[in-house]
Design a protein around this ligand. Structure first.
Ligand code: CUA
Length: 155
């Protein structure tokens, strides 16, 4: 088979780039130990409902004005569906998924995470302004994706 010289160059170039990028990804994953974000905590995604503290999702008071809020995302809802905290509260969110990858986004705050099965992601925010906040799934997760939301009531 006769391959034109230019075509051979391009093939060599393409294959070289492919090998180089795959090597970089492999290096980052294994040598640099780059993992999904906040890989501090792992969880068996098939046993979320039995694993504390995700067996009882919801808020825990940890101080005078601080809370931890444990969330389970699953098609197509968040548990808890409503979170109530006083204005001024510092809330640390912990989120995992019991099935597929979901988003965890609270507009007007800096909370923007992925709910990844097998992992617990965490971020915190101080709710200084009273009001009703929407928590939405911003990662396409199936036919009911657009109905996947919850509320945070700050009083
Ligand atoms: Cu869950 Cu989109």
């Amino acid at each position: 088979m006769n391959i034109h010289r230019y075509e051979r160059w391009w093939l060599t170039f393409g294959v070289t780039m492919l090998v180089a990028f795959l090597a970089l990804i492999g290096f980052a994953a294994f040598a640099d130990n780059i993992n999904p974000p906040s890989d501090m905590q792992q969880i068996d995604p098939t046993k979320v409902a039995q694993t504390p503290p995700f067996d009882r999702p919801g808020p825990r008071r940890t101080g005078a004005d601080s809370y931890e809020a444990y969330y389970v995302a699953r098609v197509f809802s968040f548990d808890p569906a409503v979170l109530r905290v006083p204005a001024g509260s510092l809330v640390r969110f912990y989120v995992t998924s019991a099935d597929v990858v979901h988003g965890f986004f609270i507009p007007k705050t800096d909370i923007n995470m992925m709910a990844v099965p097998g992992w617990v992601n965490t971020q915190e925010h101080r709710f200084t302004r009273p009001g009703e906040y929407l928590l939405i799934c911003h990662e396409y997760c199936g036919l009911g994706h657009q109905d996947m939301f919850a509320k945070i009531e700050v009083r």
